[in-house]
Ligand binder design. Structure first.
Ligand code: NAD
Length: 363
């Protein structure tokens, strides 16, 4: 986008990646971080022609500023208040927050209409998805400009409502939580559940490998945040296994051991062509039904369109199918039957969404 000057605030993991992506797309980029060392490392990691700004004032003249500072509400609010005075009245100010409310970040701003969410996935240069999040006061013009900028960066933007976890992180909840519940009940071991997900489900990674990669402590913190923000939604209740792993220091790859042991060359054997039928039928319908159910709850909460929800899961998490596509594959009445049976046994974590019931009765 010729003539556009994009500011990036925070030169850490996400800031450096976003700066690299924007500069690689031919956009003029200026990046700020109050920590001089972090700024130098971030500019080097971005590896493109980027202007570094030791002071926030250096972002004057930017048409869009993307904030990727630490995930703290007060810090972000203060940053936006300062950005409002540094940037021109027409500049769009975007936050890359993954868990805070965009409306809350914009609270107290003089012009909250120009504040939006622009949620990239890690690493931004590889993950195609950008969630453009509308806060209560975000203007259509600001949302449109953010969407156009995401496209100019070669990303696929989807529109999301300001809500807990937005789209992709929310719809990914059942992948890990249902896998943990199945592990807890002894439906399979962690490596059996992961293998079924890869071989029969077409996921690139099973939930336990994924948690090991992200960090079991990081994943647990996200799980707790969803549960707290929803005031105890049963579907989002973290699992005691997560607490036990964290307490034992088994945090995943970074600590050498999580669900898998990383001390050897390979943490698991190569996959077979098929998995045992009885294991697949114990695992896949449960997982597919829970994934479809979360997608239906998200639709009921008007978080995004069905197409955008499915796109978000394919591009944000490399899933082979989006939530309602899993429902179609399993069959909606089978999904409902699976959830009702599990609810009878285990409670409201399996409460079917109204939208899922409707689909089951109309097909
Ligand atoms: N890491 C991820 O996978 C990921 C994915 C999507 C969104 N996010 C979100 O992106 C944001 C940044 O996350 P990250 O992983 O890049 O964090 P990070 O810790 O790697 O980087 C944060 C950077 O912000 C800088 N910083 C600290 N105080 C600042 C201030 N007052 N003003 C400007 N910069 C300041 C730090 O020096 C650091 O360089 C968070 O809101 C996070 O929730 C992270």
């Amino acid at each position: 986008m010729r003539g556009e000057r994009v500011g990036v605030v925070g030169a850490g993991t996400m800031g450096a990646g976003i700066a690299k992506l924007a500069a690689g797309a031919g956009i003029e980029v200026v990046m700020h971080d109050p920590d001089a060392d972090a700024l130098a490392v971030g500019v080097e990691r971005a590896g493109e022609d980027i202007t570094s700004a030791g002071e926030l004032d250096g972002l004057g003249g930017c048409t869009l500023v993307i904030e990727a500072a630490p995930e703290q509400l007060d810090l972000k609010r203060e940053l936006f208040a300062r950005l409002e005075s540094v940037c021109g009245a027409d500049a769009v100010l975007a936050t890359n927050t993954s868990s805070l409310s965009v409306t809350a970040v914009a609270a107290g701003a003089e012009r909250p209409g120009r504040i939006v969410g622009m949620h990239f996935f890690n690493p931004p240069t590889r993950m195609k998805l950008v969630e453009v999040i509308a806060g209560d006061d975000s203007s259509d013009a600001a949302l449109g400009a953010t969407t156009a900028m995401a496209e100019a960066m070669g990303r696929t933007p989807i529109r999301a409502r300001d809500s807990v976890g937005f789209v992709a992180n929310r719809c990914a909840r059942p992948f890990t939580l249902e896998s943990l519940r199945m592990l807890g009940e002894g439906v399979g071991t962690h490596d059996e559940i992961d293998r079924v997900c890869r071989v029969a489900g077409g996921f690139r990674m099973g939930a336990f490998e994924l948690m090991d990669l992200i960090g079991i402590d990081v994943n647990f913190a996200v799980a707790r945040s969803f549960f707290d923000q929803s005031f105890g939604e049963p579907r989002w209740r973290p699992h005691p296994i997560q607490q036990r792993m964290v307490d034992s220091g088994r945090l995943g790859r970074k600590s050498g051991r999580g669900f898998y042991d990383y001390s050897g060359a390979e943490h698991r054997p190569a996959d077979p062509e098929r998995v045992p039928e009885e294991l697949e039928s114990a695992i896949m319908p449960r997982l597919a039904a829970c994934i479809a159910n979360e997608g239906c709850f998200a639709l009921g909460d008007r978080v995004a369109t069905e197409e955008d929800i499915n796109t978000a899961m394919r591009l944000g998490f490399n899933w082979p199918l989006g939530p309602t596509e899993w429902g179609e594959r399993l069959g909606w009445s089978r999904a409902l039957g699976t959830l009702e049976e599990l609810r009878e046994l285990h409670g409201d974590a399996y409460r079917p969404a109204a939208d899922l019931r409707r689909r089951a009765s109309s097909r």
